[in-house]
Design a protein around this ligand. Structure first.
Ligand SMILES: C[C@H](O)[C@H](O)[C@H]1CNC2=NC(N)=NC(=O)C2=N1
Length: 118
């Protein structure tokens, strides 16, 4: 297990460097369940978490929302019955920054300590 989840987000600035391909490959070794998808010409990190019901999915959504507020870095969250889709990207650079990988690792950690998440 690496240390991405223990790191902190830097301020999101429009002139921030996007993650390089080599960095992305390196970070993804710690994030095997995340996919990189391109939507509307923006690369994003996406993972689906599953739950037994809507209530557990909503509780996890709120936990991820708290992490986002603590970090000042915010995901797209789609809460459905038994399922939460979490998508990270950096609005300021319309792409992937190290912050997104740090937040994906924090999301995984939240799921690991959440009995209900699969
Ligand atoms: C002012 C405020 O910190 C910025 O607008 C932050 C808020 N949260 C953010 N979240 C994400 N994912 N990308 C950003 O560029 C971003 N910018």
């Amino acid at each position: 297990m690496g240390n991405l989840s223990k790191q902190h987000c830097e301020a999101c600035r429009a002139d921030a460097e996007p993650a390089s391909q080599a960095e992305i490959e390196d970070y993804r070794r710690e994030l095997p369940s995340w996919e990189i998808l391109e939507r509307e010409s923006i690369r994003r990190l996406e993972r689906v978490f599953t739950f037994k019901n809507f209530k557990q999915a909503l509780a996890f959504t709120n936990r991820v929302g708290e992490l986002a507020e603590e970090a000042g870095h915010h995901p797209a969250l789609l809460t459905e019955w038994g399922k939460v889709t979490v998508i990270w990207w950096t609005h300021a650079i319309k792409g992937l920054h190290k912050n997104d990988f740090v937040m994906a690792a924090k999301t995984d950690e939240a799921a690991r300590t959440d009995e209900a998440a699969k």
